[in-house]
Design a protein around this ligand. Structure first.
Ligand SMILES: Cc1cc2nc3c(=O)[nH]c(=O)nc-3n(C[C@H](O)[C@H](O)[C@H](O)COP(=O)(O)O)c2cc1C
Length: 391
């Protein structure tokens, strides 16, 4: 890269002199003064410009640190690497605990510098310049705009260790210690930490999954998922649930047969459908049941209606949502299945007593693929402020 200073001296300045000379008249004192002032300003600017982009012998450790920061803030990869050692003892401890070598450090910045819409103000806390080694400690405030207009914030301590190499200070180690990660919103001082964001993201990311991979769900995961279910609220704290877990493949296959038979019978007996419709409904049901039964585990959720017959079903639904969110957090899909899983089939299949009512059947398993989120109405459509009056 041609430096600004060398560009000025080799191209711009001779050009300028030529133009003034060819103007024909003698250089007046005023003109000379103006020319020299202009020359001085340009030279100063050029030197400042060169300082921004390149390390060079004689810079203090503090100046090298400033250069390091500026080149990062300007996404200037070449400039940045004039401040980094060529030695293979370099290491970078990332905010997520990885140790990168020099090449990986280069790739890290190369990838990052392609991103736009971020800034990183820096607050220098400490500088120590020794004879051969020195260090700086600073807080780097990384701010990146997210696609939905929020800002991702990562505040970290950066300890940079410098070594003198050929008269220049070079970074030989870069240790990042994250202090705080959070999301902030425009026009408010409300912040969300990553735990809060994770919970909200899990809720948004839960999907009804209708086809699964055969990979088994470890019992430990199953236990965690069912354990989450039992923390749901219940009327009078009745906790009226029974979770029937079916994971024996031969049992799942025979359930599949029973469900299919029941579906065929129900469609065949349906009086409002012509022959063609019945055939196509039976076929689509067969496919849906076959896909749904690819899951390695099924949970039949029942509630005991004895204590609070009116509320038992609410209790059941709340537990199912807990179960689904816990499953999502562990990487599994679920589904609130009812149509192909009627109570009159499932109760006898698991020999459930009369006092139990079926809430739903849900598979648990790794999705064949996570479905796109189906259309969701906007929040405004649901919220009534204070009262329906006048709405
Ligand atoms: C009471 C209830 C009954 C449902 N019954 C079925 C069903 O029989 N078969 C099915 O595939 N999905 C069923 N679902 C899942 C919905 O179709 C699904 O939640 C909806 O399409 C939204 O998709 P999402 O869960 O991915 O957000 C049911 C959901 C609820 C709450």
């Amino acid at each position: 890269m041609v430096s600004i200073a060398s560009f000025l001296f080799s191209v711009l300045v001779p050009n300028l002199i030529g133009q003034i000379w060819s103007a024909g008249d003698m250089l007046s004192t005023k003109k000379t003064f103006l020319f020299l002032s202009f020359f001085f300003v340009l030279t100063t600017l050029a030197q400042a410009g060169d300082e921004i982009t390149r390390n060079r012998p004689g810079l203090s450790l503090r100046e090298t640190f400033d250069l390091y920061v500026r080149t990062i803030q300007n996404s200037d990869l070449q400039g940045l690497f004039t401040t980094v050692t060529d030695g293979d003892d370099f290491f970078f401890l990332t905010s997520d605990g990885r140790i990168l070598n020099r090449d990986e450090y280069y790739e890290f910045h190369q990838g990052w510098f392609k991103e736009t819409d971020w800034e990183m103000p820096v607050e220098l806390l400490k500088v120590r310049e020794g004879k051969e080694y020195g260090y700086t400690n600073a807080i780097f405030y990384y701010r990146a705009k997210t696609p939905n207009g929020e800002t991702y914030n990562l505040d970290s301590y950066f300890t940079l260790i410098f070594r003198k190499e050929d008269g220049m200070w070079k970074v030989v180690a870069d240790v990042c210690t994250p202090i705080k990660r959070y999301i902030s919103l425009p026009d408010t001082d409300i912040e969300y930490d990553m735990d809060q964001m994770y919970l909200l993201k899990t809720i948004r990311g839960r999907r009804t999954v209708r086809k699964y991979k055969p990979d088994p769900v470890p019992d430990e995961h199953l236990k965690k998922i069912l354990d989450a279910a039992r923390y749901a609220p219940t009327a009078g704290n009745a906790q009226p649930w029974k979770f029937v877990v079916i994971k024996d493949r031969s049992r799942l296959d025979s359930l599949s047969q029973v469900l299919l038979k029941s579906w065929e019978q129900r469609i065949t007996a349906h009086e409002g459908l012509d022959k063609e419709k019945k055939k196509s409904y039976i076929e689509s049901g067969r496919e849906a049941i076959k896909d749904a039964m690819t899951a390695p585990v099924y949970i039949m959720v029942f509630v005991d209606t004895t204590a609070y017959p009116k509320y038992a079903l609410y209790d059941g639904c709340l537990a199912v949502e807990n179960l689904m969110l816990a499953a999502k957090a562990l990487g599994y899909g679920t589904g609130f299945f009812t149509t192909y899983f009627p109570e009159e089939v499932l109760k006898p299949f698991v020999k459930a007593p009369d006092n139990l009512q079926l809430v739903c059947a849900t598979p648990i398993g790794i999705p064949q693929e996570w479905p796109e989120m189906p259309g969701k109405k906007s929040l405004d459509e649901f919220i009534i402020h204070e009262s329906f009056e006048g709405k």
